[in-house]
Write a protein that binds this ligand. Structure first.
Ligand code: VNL
Length: 393
C-alpha cells in the first residue's frame, strides 16, 4: 500500500477513535452517578435504611436532573465493615466512574475511603459518621451529619448549669465515643464538676457490668454515647438494672434516643435529656413537611441519620447547579460556605473545615400524640465543631 494511503488510513482511524471517545465521553458526562455506600445489614442497618430513604425522597422531590445531568443513585451495602466500604468505593470510582461517593454509617467506614477520594479527586459526602477528625482525612470530604464534640459540649454545659456535680460517662469505645467522653469531661470539669469515665466495646456490647458500677457510684447523672441503633438495648439494660428508678439522671447526645428506635423504648425513656441537632418534632414548617413526606414514602419516622442523607443530597444538587454540572474539586469548592434552611434549622458548611455549622438543641423525651419524642426546649445557635474551632485559634 502507498505510504500516503497508510497515513490517511491511520489518521482516519485516529479520528474515528477520538470521535468515538468524544461520543462516549459526552454520554458519560450527561449522567452524574452518586455511589451511596451504607450499612444496609448488621448492627447499623437502621442508619443505612434511613439514609437510603432520605436520599430517594430528596430525588423524588427535586427531580433526577440537575444542571442538565441525569443523577443516578447507586446504593451499595458495606455491611458495616471498613474493608468492604473501601472495596465498594474503589469499584464505584474506577468502574462506575461515580461523580461522588456518599453515605458512610460509621467512622472507620468513612476513614477507609478518604485516601481514595483524595487520589481520584472525587467528593466524599459523609452523611452519618461523626468523629471530629474525619474531615481532616481528605480535602474532598464534606460532612452533613455532625461531630460528637459539637453535640456534647452543650450537654456538659447544661448539666453543670442545672446543678449536677458528679457524672459518670459511659461511651462506646471508638472514635465518636472517645470524642464525646473527652469533650464532656473537659467542659464539665472546667465548670467545677467531677467525672468518672467508662468505655464499652462497639461489637456485641453488654452494658450490664458498667451499669452496676454506675449504680454503685451514685452520680447525679450518667452521660451516655452509643451509636445510632444501639439505644434500645442500652435502655433495656438500664431499666433491667433498675437505674430508671435510682434517681440517677440519664443524659447524653441524641444518638441514644434516636428517633428511629425511641418509640419502641417504652416509658423508661421518658425524661431522658439529650443534646442533638435534629428531632423529628423540631418545630418548623420545613420539618413538618419533611416528616410527613418521609413517613409517607418510607413508612417510618426519620431520624438524624435520615436528615444527614437528605442534606447530603442537597449539597450535591446545589453544588452541581453552581458548577454547571462540573464535579471534582470544583464541586467541593462550590459546597464550601453553602448556607440553607435545613429541616433541622439554619445550617452552613464551614468553608475552612467542610463540617456543618448548626444549632444544637437540648431536648427531653416526652409523649407527643401518644408517641415518644425528643422535645426541644433550648437552642444553642450556630455551633461549630469545637475541636477544630480551638485548633484554628
Ligand atoms: C457514628 C457516630 C455512628 C454517631 C453513629 O451511629 C452515631 C460514627 C451509627 O461516627 O461511627 O450515632
Amino acid at each position: 500500500m502507498h505510504r500516503r494511503t497508510l497515513l490517511a488510513l491511520a489518521a482516519a482511524g485516529l479520528a474515528a477513535t477520538s470521535l468515538a471517545g468524544t461520543t462516549v465521553g459526552a454520554q458519560a458526562q450527561e449522567i452524574f452517578k452518586i455511589g451511596l455506600i451504607l450499612p444496609m445489614t448488621g448492627a447499623s442497618a437502621s442508619t443505612g435504611r434511613q439514609i437510603e430513604a432520605a436520599a430517594k425522597l430528596y430525588m423524588a422531590q427535586n427531580g433526577d436532573t440537575v444542571a442538565g445531568k441525569k443523577v443516578q443513585l447507586i446504593v451499595k451495602d458495606d455491611t458495616g465493615v471498613a474493608d468492604v466500604t473501601k472495596r465498594l468505593a474503589q469499584e464505584l470510582i474506577v468502574n462506575d466512574k461515580v461523580g461522588a461517593v456518599a453515605g458512610f454509617g460509621l467512622t472507620p467506614l468513612a476513614l477507609s475511603v478518604a485516601p481514595l477520594a483524595t487520589q481520584a479527586k472525587v467528593p466524599q459526602v459523609v452523611m452519618a459518621a461523626a468523629t471530629a477528625t474525619i474531615t481532616e482525612a481528605s480535602p474532598f470530604i464534606v460532612r452533613t451529619s455532625f461531630t460528637l464534640p459539637q453535640a456534647t459540649q452543650p450537654m456538659a454545659e447544661w448539666a453543670s448549669a442545672n446543678g449536677m456535680k458528679k457524672v459518670v460517662t459511659l461511651v462506646t469505645d471508638y472514635g465518636p465515643g472517645i470524642d464525646a467522653e473527652k469533650t464532656f469531661t473537659a467542659t464539665f470539669t472546667k465548670a467545677g464538676g467531677t467525672v468518672e469515665n467508662m468505655r464499652v466495646p462497639l461489637a456485641n456490647p453488654d452494658f450490664s457490668p458498667f451499669l452496676q458500677k454506675v449504680a454503685d457510684a451514685k452520680p447525679d447523672a450518667l452521660f451516655v454515647f452509643v451509636p445510632s441503633g444501639y439505644g434500645a438495648q442500652f435502655m433495656r439494660q438500664f431499666t433491667e438494672r433498675g437505674l430508671d428508678k435510682s434517681g440517677i439522671k440519664l443524659i447524653g447526645t441524641g444518638d441514644v434516643t434516636d428517633d428511629d428506635l425511641l418509640n419502641g423504648m417504652g416509658d423508661a425513656a421518658l425524661g431522658v435529656v439529650t443534646s442533638h441537632h435534629y428531632s423529628a418534632v423540631h418545630d418548623s414548617a420545613e420539618n413538618k413537611a419533611f416528616v410527613a413526606a418521609f413517613k409517607k414514602a418510607a413508612g417510618f419516622r426519620p431520624n438524624f441519620m435520615g436528615v444527614g442523607g437528605y442534606d447530603g443530597m442537597h449539597v450535591l444538587y446545589e453544588g452541581l447547579k453552581k458548577t454547571n454540572g462540573v464535579g471534582g474539586e470544583a464541586l467541593v469548592n462550590a459546597i464550601k460556605g453553602m448556607a440553607w434552611t435545613s429541616v433541622r434549622g439554619p445550617v452552613s458548611i464551614d468553608p475552612q473545615t467542610r463540617d456543618i455549622i448548626q444549632n444544637v438543641y437540648i431536648r427531653k423525651v416526652e409523649k407527643v400524640d401518644g408517641e415518644l419524642h425528643n422535645v426541644e426546649f433550648a437552642t444553642i445557635p450556630n455551633v461549630k465543631d469545637p475541636v477544630k474551632a480551638a485548633k484554628a485559634n
